[in-house]
Design a binder for this molecule. Structure first.
Ligand SMILES: [Zn+2]
Length: 437
């Protein structure tokens, strides 16, 4: 199953490559013919990841948006490439977008479409996504603590934890030291907090690295296994304690647990490294321009356009589209992520097939094959309340030109610090703007 971190990476990559452009849309295998006809020639105005689902918005002046919903299932792919490098379509290609020198092919288990209410209905059915700034851990705790289902089952329930798949389920519970068969209503609050913190941390590493790596280099060194990437998924022995791993089925998927690290008696202490997620931003009291930049719905249209232009993003469209685009930029902004090609090379280097994680991303551009892709983000506006659009734009441009300064300000005001388990560390790390604003 394509897990949530991979879906978020595609949203970020496609925001850079596809959003703001208009494409000729066709359905090579005919299975998305009506949808392709409806989005043909419209502007790809926004893309949003919620759990394992992608929602792509296509707009045209004077008509309601068309929303395409994508769920990859076990083995989808949404490629994007320079036209000269584009691969041919296959019998599973449901949608091809072409234009502006770009070709994008989509294959997925589910590709359907509707209007904005279709999106809202889908969204309402999805739970809390550890990779989204609007995830509500309190609401999730209320749901989990009232459930008689096992936590191993709840983690795979997309109306509870959205985006967690089978590999993460096993690894999150091992890191949180909770046995998968503990029922939701038997969990202590500390255990739930450890599970949520591990979900956020491990999936953010996955987002950054483009691979499911759940063991940091420091942890791997501490257990004397410097190449260890995961604690116990698909392993006979626990990477942490060398104890035997047991596996069985929960929700028709093989679950793994270490009896020593994850005993069922509930007497195990919560690991001290389970830092609570930074769900609240203590700097929200005032309404300075810097803070309004972090909450784009509070910006004026001219400010929105200036901020988008400064970030190298398209600045056209309705206010709601501009807000969504800047929001998406903020959510991904300030991060440095492993490029799709480098992530694929990382897997090849450890003889891991793409099928293990069911990778759905595929980028091929003539841009020097970077190892790391910087997603600009973090604005710093001197003087607080600055209303002049030209000055604002200059300030934003200046802040983007000095990422170290912007990063410092951003870390200070509205970001949490993160660590990614990279063998070769990116210059900048971390992702997401304020987790709550
Ligand atoms: Zn163990």
């Amino acid at each position: 199953m394509v897990e949530g971190h991979s879906v978020h990476r595609i949203a970020v990559q496609h925001t850079r490559r596809l959003v703001g452009r208009r494409f000729r849309a066709t359905s090579p295998n005919g299975r998305f013919a009506e949808g392709a006809r409806l989005i043909d020639g419209r502007t790809f105005s926004r893309i949003e990841a919620i759990g394992k689902n992608l929602f792509a918005f296509f707009s045209a002046v004077g008509t309601p948006d068309v929303v395409m919903h994508v769920h990859f299932g076990m083995s989808g792919r949404w490629s994007v490439a320079d036209a000269a490098r584009a691969k041919p379509t296959t019998p599973t290609t449901r949608l091809t977008l072409e234009g502006d020198g770009i070709v994008s092919h989509l294959s997925a288990m589910t590709v359907d479409h509707g209007g904005v209410d279709f999106f809202e209905t889908k969204r309402a059915a999805l739970g809390h996504d550890p990779l989204r700034a609007d995830a509500d851990a309190e609401a999730l705790w209320a749901k989990v603590s009232g459930s008689t289902k096992s936590i191993g089952s709840l983690l795979m329930d997309q109306s509870a934890f959205a985006g967690v798949g089978n590999i993460y389920r096993c690894e999150i519970l091992n890191v949180a030291r909770v046995h998968p068969e503990v029922k939701g209503n038997q969990l202590t609050r500390a255990q739930f907090d450890a599970i949520w913190a591990a979900s956020v941390r491990l999936m953010e590493w996955g987002f950054t690295l483009g691979s499911i790596v759940t063991v940091s280099p420091e942890e791997a060194a501490a257990v004397g296994k410097p190449t260890l990437r995961r604690w116990l998924y698909n392993s006979a022995r626990c990477g942490r304690c060398d104890g035997p791993v047991r596996s069985w089925q929960i929700q028709s998927r093989t679950c793994y647990a270490c009896a020593r690290c994850q005993p069922l008696d509930g007497a195990v202490a919560v690991p001290v490294d389970a830092a609570a997620p930074a769900l609240f931003n203590s700097h929200c009291a005032s309404e300075s321009l810097e803070e309004r930049l972090a909450q784009p719905q509070k910006l004026r249209v001219a400010e929105l356009r200036a901020a988008l232009e400064a970030a190298g993003l398209p600045a056209g469209g309705k206010k709601a589209e501009l807000v969504a685009r800047l929001d998406a930029h903020h959510q991904a902004g300030g991060a440095t992520i492993r490029s799709a090609r480098a992530a694929a090379a990382d897997k090849a280097a450890v003889n891991e097939s793409r099928a293990v994680e069911h990778i759905a991303e595929d980028e091929d551009f003539d841009d020097g094959a970077p190892e790391w892709v910087e997603l600009p983000g973090g604005f710093e506006v001197p003087g607080g309340e600055e209303e002049d659009d030209a000055l604002l734009q200059a300030a934003i441009l200046d802040s983007l030109a000095t990422p170290a300064k912007a990063k410092e300000a951003a870390t200070d005001s509205r970001r949490k610090t993160k660590r990614a388990p990279a063998t070769e560390k990116p210059k900048k790390r971390g992702k997401k703007g304020a987790r709550a604003a």
